[in-house]
Design a protein around this ligand. Structure first.
Ligand SMILES: [Zn+2]
Length: 297
């Protein structure tokens, strides 16, 4: 059974070249937020980044993952939100001290925000696009990115509270040249944008998708596609942790064992701990060389 609180659902305007996506995260969002003790402003921005990663994954054509990444310099070092083609999401933040909204915004404006598309090994090239921070919100910055870098009109609304995160995206599709003039396509875009902008955070968080679309686009002919389940899933594993130990080298591992009797490899995303004792270490280093993946994740 799919839970209706963690879904990505696409829709289409039958009489305009515009598509849309709705995403809501509840259990997946809560699970990610439980993994670390994030201050409130970080929960907010990380929730938004998870929404963006999920929404963008809807339009990727390859098998792989979308990462929304922020690298800062001072109090906020890293924000990562990832969603793969199976709609498995995970997220992570690294920060130096508890801070308020103002500090967060100042940090965001100073850092580097990027959208990274990673096809699975052997299926294509990595793509990285830099997102310039615009205005006072992530939504505005992402809209600006699509306008400037992709020349695709895009609007985005997001809402996050303690237990849920939700987002609405609308995006212009390539115009079917014979059917639509440039002017009518622009008028359609203005019209649908205007209707969409009446959404409130409360509605976005609490209404189900059918009711929400009815509320926003009552007079429009909207085709709603099947909802796809979104879930938290981390890609860390026992074998990846073992690989990490092999790469660390026998000498370092033995020193650590000597000091602490056991070695703990903690996943920085989900905080899962993989614990190895002396017997495990013997077994790990008896096996073959580490395979090509050199990361724990
Ligand atoms: Zn993990």
């Amino acid at each position: 059974m799919m839970n209706n609180n963690d879904i990505l659902q696409g829709f289409l305007f039958e009489n305009a070249s515009i598509r849309g996506e709705l995403v809501r995260l509840e259990e997946s969002y809560q699970e990610i937020m439980r993994q670390h003790h994030y201050p409130l402003p970080i929960r907010q921005i990380l929730g938004e980044m998870l929404i963006v990663a999920s929404l963008l994954s809807a339009s990727i054509k390859f098998k792989g993952r979308v990462t929304v990444q922020f690298q800062g310099k001072n109090h906020l070092k890293l924000l990562l939100a990832q969603c793969n083609h199976k709609l498995q999401i995970r997220g992570l933040a690294e920060w130096r001290q508890a801070f308020d909204e103002t500090t967060l915004l100042a940090e965001l404006k100073k850092g580097l925000l990027a959208i990274i598309m990673d096809p699975e090994t052997g299926t294509g090239n990595r793509y990285q696009g830099i997102v310039n921070w615009q205005g006072d919100s992530l939504a505005e910055s992402i809209e600006g990115y699509f306008k400037d870098s992709e020349q695709v009109p895009t609007r985005l609304w997001m809402a996050v509270d303690e237990t849920r995160a939700a987002g609405l995206l609308i995006q212009a599709m390539p115009r079917e040249s014979a059917r639509l003039s440039k002017e009518s396509a622009r008028d359609d875009w203005e019209h649908i944008s205007h209707l969409s902008a009446t959404i409130t955070a409360k509605e976005l968080l609490s209404l189900d998708n059918v009711t929400l679309l009815q509320r926003l686009y009552a007079k429009e002919d909207v085709r709603l596609f099947k909802a796809q389940p979104v879930a938290f899933q981390c890609s860390c594993s026992l074998s990846r942790s073992e690989n990490a130990l092999r790469l660390l080298g026998r000498k370092e591992v033995d020193e650590e064992l000597h000091n602490k009797q056991k070695i703990v490899v903690t996943c920085e995303f989900c905080s899962q701990e993989f614990i190895f004792d002396r017997v495990d270490v013997e077994r790990i280093f008896k096996q073959d060389k580490p395979n090509s993946s050199h990361q724990v994740h």
